[in-house]
Design a protein around this ligand. Structure first.
Ligand code: NAP
Length: 213
């Protein structure tokens, strides 16, 4: 008997920190594309980023775990943070394919910024054959530029790229980090468990942060 195909959404991102926008997006893509599971993959050491400016992988992993644990359709993988050296998405998808015993179809979900940079990714042609891409963006964000670029990519690689506009993505990790640094509230922008984790581990505070009583 032919095995049925399992459709996985792969949510790749720095998640520094993960917030409600990421979670709403994942759930929305899962519903719209009829996916079975979403696997969150906190990025390891992507080629375009200086790891010194990013929070330690273990914290980003823990926060992603806390944020996703209550949803049975969400899973998390440490495949990238366990890898040494630069982490490339093409290697991640190949590793996931090997791990999957069943017939699997992958949908890589990521921000529009990253999609615009796709031509610079490692083995992009191979990658676009290994998985489908879902580009998520905030309302109004470089929409025209993104559409043009996506059309170009689709024609060049003869592949379809899904786009999705998510209002909740108005929330941004950068804004959350700035708010915490400036002592402003981040309530309701991220799950309470993640907020607690941030305060407990004193993430995103000024370097000279001291407790005041
Ligand atoms: P990022 O810095 O985490 O995010 C870039 C932008 O997209 C930010 O505005 C971010 O918003 C948003 N975003 C992040 N994750 C998202 C998601 N899953 N869905 C929707 N929006 C999202 O992203 P990045 O470091 O560029 O990496 C994104 C993914 O692409 C990672 O998995 C990374 O490994 C991969 N990547 C691979 C290569 C390569 O293989 N050569 C190169 C670049 C990136 P927030 O700040 O609010 O999260």
């Amino acid at each position: 008997m032919k095995e049925s195909t399992i459709k996985y959404g792969i949510m790749g991102g720095t998640f520094d920190p993960i917030h409600i926008g990421h979670l709403v997006l994942a759930e929305e893509v899962r519903n719209k594309l009829n996916l079975d599971k979403i696997i969150f993959i906190p990025s390891g050491n992507p080629p375009h980023k200086d790891s010194k400016n990013v929070t330690e992988p273990i914290h980003r992993y823990e926060m992603t775990l806390l944020a996703t644990i209550s949803n049975p359709n969400f899973e998390i993988s440490s495949v990238e943070i366990d890898r040494t050296g630069k982490t490339y998405t093409v290697d991640t998808i190949k590793e996931l394919r090997q791990k999957c015993k069943t017939n699997a179809e992958f949908y890589f979900i990521t921000g529009a910024d990253s999609i615009l940079d796709l031509p610079n990714w490692k083995n992009v042609n191979e990658l676009l054959h290994l998985c489908k891409f879902v580009a998520a963006t905030r309302p109004g964000f470089k929409l025209k530029k993104m559409e043009e670029k996506i059309k170009e990519l689709e024609e060049l690689h003869n592949k379809n790229i899904y786009t999705i506009i998510v209002t909740a993505l108005q929330i941004s990790s950068t804004d959350i980090r700035n708010r915490i640094r400036d002592g402003h509230s981040v309530k309701y922008l991220l799950p309470e468990s993640v907020e607690d984790y941030i305060y407990k581990n004193k993430l995103y505070f000024k370097k000279n942060y001291k407790e005041c009583w």
